[in-house]
Design a protein around this ligand. Structure first.
Ligand SMILES: [Zn+2]
Ligand SMILES: [Zn+2]
Ligand SMILES: [Zn+2]
Ligand SMILES: [Zn+2]
Length: 351
């Protein structure tokens, strides 16, 4: 920030128009005003931070800001968390400040707050220089001289990590480019192994796509609340799709929230597991592989993960698997809706 110029502060009202004969009297007052201005501007960003922070987590919002009908602010992750929480408890979501009901339709974005927050100064975590929040990420990832970088010879095994401004000096002296092929071959082999592993699921899917019997379904699973034990107030929560047919059989998908916890609503760490279940009788065991994907109405990206099970009358339920979501916010985003949408591609692998 630029230093205040030596001149008088810009007059904001007629009271600063001081007649010259009273100048001696007013001089200390002007100085005092200058000091006050500085103190105020030092604290203004902190005061604004206190006013514009999320009412739930008390952090400054990173992206979208929502407000209840009385104007209390919530950051997007806290807002979806509140909606998901209420959905799991089968209650209406309320503002933590004033208890007014909040929903996707009754709460609104607050663009002025979003823009103001993005202009507030914040410190680079590497060099402690101060930038407006909207340009901080770019600075920290691309231009900060103190950001952590690797050596350009990391691909042949150099483990060096250091501040960006030291990278050129390190690379000039780095021993790795002068190593022989025999020295780096084991590093390259390990890289190849990891790349193959990452590709394996795509190759498997490509193979499966040439199978004769393939089907895909939009799984729209609505939340069901079932008593866990009748004598307790604890409920077992699960989502269940309506029955769908595939390969001449009837199936459903169930999804559970925090399946391994006794009361699934009592945790802010959430995970969704899902389970494919055969609902009709079968004479022969059905070898099936499947893949869950974001469907046309889905909100969250899923990582590619193939699952397999031999379905029979004795084993109609596939073991539950975690829905391969990219991050925790996606879990709450899915749970804040009435239904979870995803697409299930199924391959019949038995003859
Ligand atoms: Zn928050
Ligand atoms: Zn409120
Ligand atoms: Zn920096
Ligand atoms: Zn190096």
């Amino acid at each position: 920030m630029a230093e205040a110029p030596e001149s008088e502060p810009v007059p904001c009202s007629s009271e600063t128009e001081v007649p010259s004969d009273t100048k001696d009297v007013d001089e200390p007052l002007t100085k005092k005003r200058k000091i006050n201005d500085k103190e105020t501007s030092d604290k203004l960003e902190h005061r604004l931070g206190g006013i514009l922070c999320c009412a739930v987590c008390l952090d400054l919002p990173q992206a979208a800001v929502y407000q209840c009908s009385n104007g209390h602010l919530m950051c997007a992750p806290c807002f979806t968390h509140l909606l998901a929480d209420a959905r799991l408890r089968d209650e209406a979501a309320t503002c933590p400040n004033c208890r007014v009901e909040i929903s996707k339709t009754s709460a609104s974005r607050n663009l002025a707050v979003e823009k103001t927050v993005s202009e507030l100064p914040s410190e680079c975590k590497y060099c402690t220089c101060v930038f407006p929040r909207h340009s901080l990420q770019h600075h920290e990832e691309n231009t900060c001289e103190e950001r952590l970088t690797g050596c350009r010879y990391a691909c042949i095994g150099c483990p060096w990590l250091g501040p960006a401004h030291e990278a050129a000096a390190h690379e000039a002296a780095c021993a790795h480019p002068r190593k022989s092929a025999a020295d780096v071959v084991s590093v390259l082999a390990e890289r190849e192994r990891r790349a193959k592993e990452a590709n394996a699921v795509y190759n498997q899917v490509l193979d499966l796509l040439s199978y004769e019997k393939i089907t895909f379904n939009e799984c729209t699973a609505d939340l069901q609340l079932k008593p866990y034990r009748t004598e307790e107030f604890v409920h077992k929560l699960y989502y269940e799709t309506s029955r769908f047919s595939a390969f001449g059989h009837q199936w459903v998908v169930k999804a559970f929230v925090n399946k391994n916890q006794r009361d699934p609503t009592q945790s802010s760490q959430r995970e969704i597991t899902y389970q494919l279940i055969l609902k009709s009788k079968t004479v022969l065991a059905l070898g099936v592989q499947w893949l869950a994907l974001r469907g046309p109405y889905g909100e969250a990206r899923l990582r590619a993960q193939l699952r397999a099970h031999a379905f029979s009358d004795d084993a109609p339920d596939a073991p539950p698997h975690a829905l391969p979501l990219a991050d925790d916010n996606d879990t709450n985003r899915l749970l804040s809706n009435k239904a979870i949408h995803f697409r299930l591609i199924m391959f019949l692998t038995s003859k």
